[in-house]
Write a protein that binds this ligand. Structure first.
Ligand code: SME
Length: 148
């Protein structure tokens, strides 16, 4: 099995254990961000929560980030509005990308659903181009679905 898939399989198991031990959403987001970030050493790994018409910064690992993103704006706002994951190989080519950090070059955003509504997104940024692919999308969706 590829190294990446192996790491994700371990993360899926860890995330399952974390979600069985804790049901507070914020606490769980904090630890899920920590295990993903610790395993892959991405540039930024974290959550935004839907609050009214905006996404508001939640638990994360990495440098300072934008605190509020309007629905429909940037990679995060677009994924929430369109209700599907966004894989962006080059953020500079994504119309309306919100540059919280100039070091970020590629990004993946996975919406999280509760009662059919998007209530949060998992956002991961890389300082390298084309970091994320279908493997990341499939496993990250699995991690958030089993945890939240
Ligand atoms: N680049 C994101 C904003 C969030 S940060 O990268 C942490 C976007 O366009 O939605």
């Amino acid at each position: 099995m590829a190294d990446k898939e192996q790491k994700y399989e371990e993360l899926v198991a860890q995330a399952k254990a974390l979600s069985e031990a804790e049901n507070d959403e914020i606490a769980l987001m904090a630890n899920v961000a920590a295990i993903i970030h610790g395993s892959f050493h991405f540039w930024w790994t974290g959550f935004y929560r839907v609050v009214g018409e905006e996404l508001v910064l939640g638990p994360f690992q990495g440098p300072l980030a934008c605190t509020r993103i309007k629905f429909g704006r940037g990679v995060c706002g677009t994924a929430s509005k369109e209700r599907r994951s966004g894989v962006v190989p080059d953020v500079e080519k994504f119309p309306g990308h919100i540059a919280c950090s100039s070091a970020s070059r590629s990004e993946i955003v996975v919406p999280m659903f509760r009662n059919g509504e998007v209530f949060a997104v998992l956002d991961i940024d890389s300082e390298k181009l084309s970091t994320f692919d279908e493997t990341d999308r499939v496993f990250l969706e699995k991690i958030v679905q089993q945890c939240f």
